[in-house]
Design a protein around this ligand. Sequence first.
Ligand code: NDP
Length: 482
Amino acid sequence: MTFEYAPAPESRSIVSIKPKYGHFINGSFVAGKKHFPTINPATEEILSHIALGGVSDIDKAVMAAQKAYTKTWSKLSGKERGKYLYRIARILQERAREFAVLETLDNGKPIRETRDIDIPLVAAHFFYHAGWADKLDYAGLGHNPKAYGVAGQIIPWNFPLLMLAWKVAPALATGNTVVLKPAETTSLTALLFAEVCQQAELPDGVVNIVTGDGSTGSAIVNHSGIHKIAFTGSTEVGKKIARAIASTDKKATLELGGKGANVVFDDAPVDETVEGIVNGIFFNQGHVCCAGSRLIVQESIAEEIIEKLKVRMAKIRVGDPLDKNTDLGAINSKEQLVKIKELSAIGDAEGAERWSPQCNLSDKGFWFAPTIFTGVTQANRIAQEEIFGPVLSVLTFRTPQEAMDKANNTPFGLSAGIWSEKGSRIFWASQHLKAGVIWANTFNKFDPASPFGGYKESGWGREGGKHGLAAYLKNGKETGAK
Ligand code: NDP
């Protein structure tokens, strides 16, 4: 039975968007020279104009961050730094609704997700790292661990404010200062976060936000005043960054792409598994680096799982991201929609069978119905390449070893899921899967205490937890620093 839902739109009146934004440097907003529009991907409405930062803006931001590091931030005790992080976390909670609505408008993701997942996790990251700030000497991170100085941070558009929190919270907790560039299509919540820094009376220059495009990101990577790079985005740009810093002493964490395998054994609880598959690939429109974008299901139960999955997919509500009933929102940009369409057409041409439920998609904005491809083989591009959209490739297996071989047969190694009732099978599989994050009988669960990162082309290093802190600290013991 399908329920009809009356529209339940969240009001956007809580959000006030300026017609034009500058950069946030040294505690103040400074005017940009050139600007580009940022749009609501659900309606194509222009929301505002964002400054295009150049080399000189990055230079000013790095100088401000260096000064803040030397004169203020490095002189504060961990306990004092922690107080600022707690204050930011509390303000984020107080302004959660404003952030959720703004993120939904700028990104296209459903309000249900920004309200219940993104923004609560953002606050949780600041709370978690606030607690670490005065305990670094006792955390097994080496003797008297020291900050690098200025961290350059470049973030993507799929979880704009959450990726900012993953980067800024550990950097500040460990005593670094920051120059951050948000993604071109989703800068608005980062600019609102700049206001939170002012409200929290964070010392000037500790956080600097320069908006722009790839060239702005490249200026951060190549700036000699930056000693640590933290990047989340495509493997292609990750490789460019790795090449750019190869001959320097810059440290880097790179969180890149994925093609996560969701492995379903014949003893898996069917209904829970179907929910987990839906959450694995259709959460956040599939714009998730660790999405379960390959379903690898045991042949004997494949038919039943796919049949139930189709019934479940027909109930996914696609539409207005601000409607509290919506499950699947808009694709973040025209470019991303083109990429999803192209790769899906390649799936058709390679002989896989496409299925989507009937959806009434709006003519305005960027939309793609939840889609599965069955009959996919390992050689198909839709089994190897990151589509980064609501598209699931289904493969089958007969023996557990075949499942592991197929799961590991991509250039990536970021995430995987295992569905089985047997603990022994889960432990066996988790030892054979080459993935940085493995979920058992669940998917897409995140916690600030849990390190996140990948193998192979999924990147370098870990973010989150104690591992994530280590990435922002010179080990006093190793460098001989006092
Ligand atoms: P990018 O990797 O291009 O963007 C990530 C961030 O890097 C953005 O802030 C971007 O700026 C910036 N950037 C772009 N070029 C450079 C450069 N040369 N040096 C430094 N920074 C740079 O991802 P896209 O947005 O282009 O998405 C392309 C594909 O990447 C997607 O289809 C998806 O497959 C994958 N992707 C993966 C993500 C993940 O979390 N693993 C996240 C986002 C995308 P700007 O936005 O201005 O271009």
